[in-house]
Design a protein around this ligand. Structure first.
Ligand SMILES: [Zn+2]
Length: 376
């Protein structure tokens, strides 16, 4: 925790201990009693658009370092074309949108603030059509446009700030915000409300530019089957009421809003993406929560505590039972030394190259891409 004492111009870091309760106590630290009139009240994190970019870039780097990046320009260009076509139809078309393909077999997608959308090679392997890809990217884009992560970390005590402090003006605060954001996106996931909003607005976005709106549910259904088939123990997930209610909600939404676009584009998808999905039982893992590691289990740091789980298997990254018996079975398969709480989709080993693969798209490229696919 940190408090900034404006009167003394001194920032006092209190590590691992309770926050001093009064200004008087605060003043006693370092023997500066008297110089400190009163401590400023802590307030929730304030984030400008520029700071959102700064935060997103740093978090994206952390995610890229953790999972590695597929060094394939053609794959990145294709994902960026679909993603940008969607993003341009969103409520924040002017963000500098980035679409990153992560080099891991785990099936996942992560949206960082400011327009940084990540999807894993494993997720691309499981998808079968461009409409399904649009469903997943649309869902992630809504997490960004609705600022779900920003709102989530603003509730965090760890990133509260002093009245005169700014995110861009304090490297210590930025570092805490990056850590909190990464944990929120990769380790904890979102709650039911945010996931439902992303589902509903994400499929509407895909439908708006011409994609069949049921792409997301086709993918989620396949993910559910993947889980069911991998181990008996994971059968717990197969009847997971939250997944079923999520699918039912999507179906209801499509009917209620009369979403009727039809483009599936399975052939075009297969022209660009030819990965083979790896069963969950064959996914090599690293120690849960070992952020920043690129897949070397030997270097994985011991985890101090289990990340707090949200509504158990609801987000794209949280659609597996995280506390159930399936973990033990995974541990045997992967041989991971510390497999407690392992979620193969999230804790999958990643590649070693975090370098982004830049994609340059002209407006004409996106128009031609949409035209070729019969999109709007
Ligand atoms: Zn989500």
């Amino acid at each position: 925790m940190m408090r900034r004492c404006a009167a003394a111009g001194i920032t006092i870091l209190v590590l691992g201990g309770p926050l001093p309760a009064t200004a008087e106590q605060l003043g006693q630290i370092g023997g500066i009693t008297g110089a400190v009139k009163k401590a400023n009240d802590l307030r929730d994190l304030q984030v400008t658009d520029a700071e959102e970019q700064q935060l997103g870039a740093a978090v994206s780097e952390k995610i890229r370092t953790r999972y590695g990046v597929v060094q394939d320009a053609a794959v990145h260009r294709y994902i960026a074309l679909v993603g940008t076509a969607l993003a341009q139809a969103s409520t924040r078309p002017a963000l500098p949108w980035n679409f990153v393909v992560l080099d891991t077999d785990g099936v996942n997608a992560f949206a960082a603030p400011g327009g940084y959308v990540h999807i894993t090679r494993g997720a691309l392997a499981l998808l079968e059509t461009e409409a399904e890809l649009a469903g997943v990217l649309g869902h992630e884009i809504i997490h960004v446009t609705e600022k779900h992560t920003i709102k989530s970390i603003q509730k965090s005590k760890a990133v509260q700030m002093g009245a005169s402090e700014t995110l861009s003006g304090s490297s210590a605060l930025l570092e805490r915000a990056v850590t909190a954001t990464y944990d929120s996106i990769v380790e904890k996931g979102f709650g039911r409300e945010e996931e439902n909003e992303s589902d509903e607005k994400g499929i509407a976005l895909a439908n708006k530019i011409g994609y069949a709106p049921d792409g997301l549910s086709a993918f989620l259904t396949r993910l559910k089957e993947r889980n069911k088939d991998s181990t008996e123990k994971r059968g717990l997930f197969a009847s997971h009421p939250e997944m079923d209610s999520r699918l039912a909600n999507i179906k209801k939404e499509i009917a209620a809003k009369k979403m009727a676009s039809t483009a599936m584009l399975g052939d075009r998808y297969k022209r660009f993406i030819s990965y083979t999905p790896r069963p969950m039982t064959e996914i090599a893992t690293v120690t849960p929560g070992s952020a920043g590691l690129t897949g070397d289990t030997a270097k994985a740091e011991p985890k101090k505590e289990e990340p707090k789980k949200k509504s158990g298997g609801f987000g794209l990254s949280r659609m597996l039972p995280t506390g159930g018996g399936g973990e033990k079975q995974q541990a045997q398969v992967t041989g991971s030394g510390s497999a407690r709480g392992v979620d193969p989709e999230k804790d999958s080993r990643g590649g070693t190259n975090p370098a982004p693969v830049p994609v340059k798209l002209a407006a004409a490229d996106i128009e031609a891409f949409k035209k070729e696919g019969g999109l709007k």
